[in-house]
Design a binder for this molecule. Structure first.
Ligand code: AMP
Length: 280
């Protein structure tokens, strides 16, 4: 497996693959990889001749008071995992390689990026859209892989690709969970033992909402209320949002019609966790 630190190295390698007529898949990540990331990479290896995984902790998508500095890192372990799955190249640039000191061009999105996580993280999706566009331009993949875990991000990337005519197939991958239900996340490492237990309210609320909808409930307020009550019963949990939105526009809806996204962000102590389910 090749490790590339510069844009030039990636371009040269991809050019060789293209000359051989090979297809290329891209899996963008921020590192500290777990089985959630692994599921994306495995799918990419299945569907493409060559796979690039990027490991880049993108400063542009973190707000000034967010966890950029404390975000967990273990590049050596990440490389081992990528190699074991059959990833062909890991792209691991320094921030200076991606952002020139006078960098001033961004990809911004209206509507979809203003709700849910966009409310409490107002610059987040501008950072995501910009870095993903850059990665698309650097790697020029046929397909790119994103997790349903970050459902709003996936919807935004799909919209960006459509709106800006990017010739890339976006492949969404299901949420991978721990055995007890907690959605796998690099940020789970922030949780102490007590918080780890308390964090189960997220998946419990998701499973409760999902069951209500499966059993025929279609009123968004009723589902939301039940989920919020369950979360509020946990003293360590503080709700950022629990919302029911249209699966494409990310705008609130009153009734479940397909596709509808039920999404939440909840603080467990200082750690902000997200989870969701989609009705389609
Ligand atoms: P991150 O490193 O957090 O930026 O995540 C990189 C990619 O992995 C994103 O597309 C995420 O949605 C995806 N991902 C993270 N956690 C999971 C999970 N538990 N299940 C599925 N995909 C995930």
């Amino acid at each position: 497996m090749k490790i590339a630190y510069t844009v030039k190295e990636v371009r040269e390698q991809v050019k060789i693959w293209r000359k051989e007529g090979l297809t290329v898949g891209l899996v963008p990540t921020m590192g500290y990889l777990h089985e959630g990331h692994a599921s994306l990479m495995k799918k990419a290896v299945e569907q493409n001749d060559k796979v690039v995984a990027s490991v880049f902790l993108n400063p542009m998508q973190f707000g000034p008071t967010e966890d950029l500095e404390s975000y967990p890192r273990d590049f050596e372990q990440d490389c081992k995992l990528c190699d074991s799955i059959g990833v062909d190249m890991v792209f691991h640039p320094e921030p200076e390689e991606m952002y020139a000191p006078d960098f001033c061009t961004c990809v911004d999105m209206d509507v979809l990026s203003k709700t849910l996580c966009g409310k409490s993280r107002p610059i987040h999706f501008r950072g995501v859209c910009t870095v993903v566009t850059k990665l698309f331009n650097i790697v020029t993949p046929d397909r790119a892989y994103f997790g349903q875990k970050d459902a709003q991000q996936l919807a935004i990337i799909r919209r960006m690709v459509r709106d800006l005519n990017m010739d890339i197939e976006i492949v969404g991958c299901p949420i991978i969970r721990e055995e007890d239900g907690l959605a796998k996340s690099s940020r789970n490492t922030y949780l102490n033992e007590e918080e780890r237990q308390a964090a189960l309210v997220l998946s419990k609320a998701i499973f409760l909402g999902q069951k209500m909808v499966e059993d025929g409930e279609r009123d968004a307020a009723t589902v939301k209320k039940a989920m919020i009550e369950l979360i509020e019963a946990e003293p360590l949990a503080k709700i950022d949002y629990v919302e029911v939105v249209d699966g494409l526009s990310m705008q609130p809806v009153d009734t479940y019609t397909e596709p509808t996204l039920t999404a939440m962000a909840v603080y467990i102590g200082k750690t902000r966790l997200i989870d969701n389910f989609i009705f389609e």
